[in-house]
Design a protein around this ligand. Sequence first.
Ligand SMILES: [Zn+2]
Length: 98
Amino acid sequence: MKLIFCPKCYDVLRLIPRMRFCDCKQSSGIVEKDGLNSKMFGEAVPLWFSNESFIEALYSRPTIGMGNRFDAFIIAYSCPTINSGNVDNYKISNDENP
Ligand SMILES: [Zn+2]
């Protein structure tokens, strides 16, 4: 699953098929209609969680002590499935072409 991190307010948000904004509104992102590509705006830093290892860690949550680690990483500056842009232009474009 793709997420964004805002370096200004430290929010972490999962990207979904509707625009989401961090608490300070300086980072935002959306999953495109194809379900594969995403757009992010502002200060957003893209993150990736391995669904498989996250679910495995979630369901093996211990009663006490440290939980299990799961795979996650910061996505590179250049990624073929993530585009950056101006959020105002994106809203205008989507309003004109629903
Ligand atoms: Zn923020």
